[in-house]
Design a protein around this ligand. Structure first.
Ligand code: NDP
Length: 257
């Protein structure tokens, strides 16, 4: 075993999409804390710069690269710039995601595509973009952010739930395809986590906050930092024989009637 132990990520390079806020930043901080160099890959430059400053204050190396995850050419640039900066890519966290809430009959095709393209297609083309380098290096870790809505229906978020169901299946398919290259592909299914994405729903639906707390055995909303541990685990040697899994991080929300 290396001196970095089972869970250490020293000298590993991680790309975290949407790593400039919410769950992505919680994960980026976890990976940086375990020793990784982190590439914050997102759209909003000011948020990304603030995230890099936060990671730098932890004494870790990180950079921000601008990307719209729906664009193949943007992925090529991110991979190239990461290799120029660090010379390797060990971990990809496909976390960038958007949510639109309305009854299914009211979505335009454009709105459907905006959700599916960001949440699902972005993770696919991102995984394709890092694959050649991971294969060349002899292995890698891909962590996709799914959701409990991969298994539960939700009447106001149909494109979102479809994208998250797709993420779990994308995870299984890539895991099966790339295991021979020592690339493990797993998903995390967060429960209700207190971020910008969830606060919109919370504000829109009266009583929703209390409903989540009452239904969750842990008795609280999740925090972005609650995702850090499982992300480190799935990015480290400790999970080398785990692939294609979707791990709930939900305070027990999905296991209680
Ligand atoms: P936030 O809205 O806080 O973060 C979403 C992130 O995605 C932002 O950092 C944003 O970056 C980035 N992003 C969105 N679209 C794009 C794009 N086209 N290209 C690049 N980056 C993009 O939400 P969360 O932190 O809550 O969500 C993170 C992930 O967790 C999502 O996949 C979400 O579906 C999932 N999730 C969240 C849950 C929750 O309860 N909060 C529950 C289950 C899953 P920028 O601002 O730069 O655009």
């Amino acid at each position: 075993m290396s001196s970095d132990g089972l869970f250490g990520l020293r000298d590993r390079v991680a790309v975290v999409t949407g790593g400039n806020g919410g769950i992505g930043l919680g994960i980026a901080e976890g990976l940086a804390g375990a020793g990784a160099c982190v590439v914050i890959a997102a759209r909003n430059r000011a948020k990304s710069d603030a995230a890099v400053a936060k990671l730098a204050a932890m004494g870790t190396q990180s950079i921000a690269l601008e990307i719209d995850v729906t664009l193949e050419r943007a992925w090529k640039l991110v991979v190239q710039r990461t290799l120029d900066q660090y010379g390797r890519i060990d971990i990809l966290v496909n976390n960038a995601g958007v949510l639109l809430g309305k009854p299914p009959e009211e979505y335009s095709l454009e709105e459907w595509h905006s959700v599916i393209d960001t949440n699902l297609t972005g993770a696919f083309i991102g995984s394709q973009a890092v694959f050649p380098e991971m294969k060349r290096q002899g292995g890698g870790k891909i962590v996709n952010i799914a959701s409990l809505t991969a298994s539960f229906g939700s009447p106001f978020n149909v494109p979102y739930t479809a994208s998250k169901g797709g993420i779990v299946q994308l995870t299984r398919g890539l895991a099966a395809a790339w295991a021979m290259h020592n690339i493990q592909v797993n998903a995390i299914s967060p429960g209700w986590i207190d971020t910008g994405l969830a606060s919109g729903i919370r504000a829109r639906i009266p009583g929703f906050n209390e409903k989540v707390v009452a239904r969750t055995p842990a008795g609280r909303w999740g925090r972005a930092s609650d995702l850090a541990g499982v992300a480190v685990f799935l990015s480290s040697r400790a999970s080398d024989f785990i692939t294609g899994a979707a791990i709930p991080v939900d305070g027990g929300y999905s296991i209680q009637l």
